[in-house]
Ligand binder design. Structure first.
Ligand SMILES: Cc1cc2nc3c(=O)[nH]c(=O)nc-3n(C[C@H](O)[C@H](O)[C@H](O)COP(=O)(O)O)c2cc1C
Length: 220
């Protein structure tokens, strides 16, 4: 069995003074404790920032950082009931790097704890051929919970978060290993009706989209 250890932890916020670093530091530490090899991918990294304006050199660097990962964990705030626009742009900037990978979702925010951002991301990530992990972590008012080094200050709060992380990591482990095996056994290739960028033919101009839609409706 293959071990799918390489997990890229993607931050959602590039805001100055963001709290994202603290939450992501805690998440990366926890993933290490559960046997994964986490790597932080920060959209505010100067090497990646110009992904936001479609700079192709920056997009190539982003692809390189994501290539060959066994899975992803997105740690994101909620902005107006969804993920930040910067995160959406980053997600939209790559295609095949996502395919057949598990994605764990960890949110934070006001009283909603980022849950609506998490659920919004599931729809987007399904389009990119990922499997989102059912179990999530959610932090309401993280500024009251995390210190500057990414530690959860209250012991009871820390214990509860670690228990939730144990479940999350258990599920991520199953999917990361299972999909690592599956990709070796059978490469996740492109069906005939996808173009080189991984975008499905929309059926206009006599393509196969109509037939595919009909089959999709029948199989739902
Ligand atoms: C423009 C904006 C919209 C926000 N909308 C929500 C929201 O809909 N729900 C929520 O729980 N928190 C919301 N918040 C609170 C943020 O999730 C919170 O400030 C968080 O710390 C932002 O993450 P960051 O500090 O890493 O950038 C919003 C914050 C901003 C700046």
């Amino acid at each position: 069995m293959t071990q799918g250890n390489r997990i890229v932890v993607i931050l959602g916020s590039i805001r100055e003074g963001r709290i994202n670093d603290r939450v992501a530091a805690w998440v990366a530490g926890q993933l290490s404790m559960h046997g994964f090899a986490p790597e932080i991918l920060d959209p505010a990294d100067p090497d990646l920032l110009h992904v936001q304006i479609g700079d192709q050199a920056a997009v190539a660097r982003l692809r390189q950082r994501m290539a060959g990962a066994d899975g992803f964990v997105i740690v994101t705030p909620e902005y107006n009931h969804a993920e930040p626009g910067t995160l959406k742009t980053l997600i939209d900037s790559v295609t095949a790097e996502w395919w057949a990978r598990p994605v764990g979702l960890i949110g934070y925010g006001g009283i909603s704890g980022g849950l609506r951002a998490i659920e919004a991301l599931r729809v987007i990530l399904a389009e990119l051929h990922t499997v989102t992990i059912r179990d999530t972590l959610s932090f309401a008012s993280p500024w009251r919970r995390f210190d500057a080094a990414g530690r959860i200050t209250d012991p009871d709060d820390a214990a509860a978060a670690e228990a939730a992380m144990a479940v999350f990591a258990h599920r991520l482990r199953w999917w990361a290993d299972a999909l690592a095996d599956a990709r070796v056994a059978r490469p996740y290739d492109r069906p005939d009706d996808e173009d080189a960028d991984g975008h499905e033919d929309d059926g206009e101009g006599g393509g196969t989209g109509g037939a595919r839609s009909a089959a999709g409706a029948g199989g739902a």
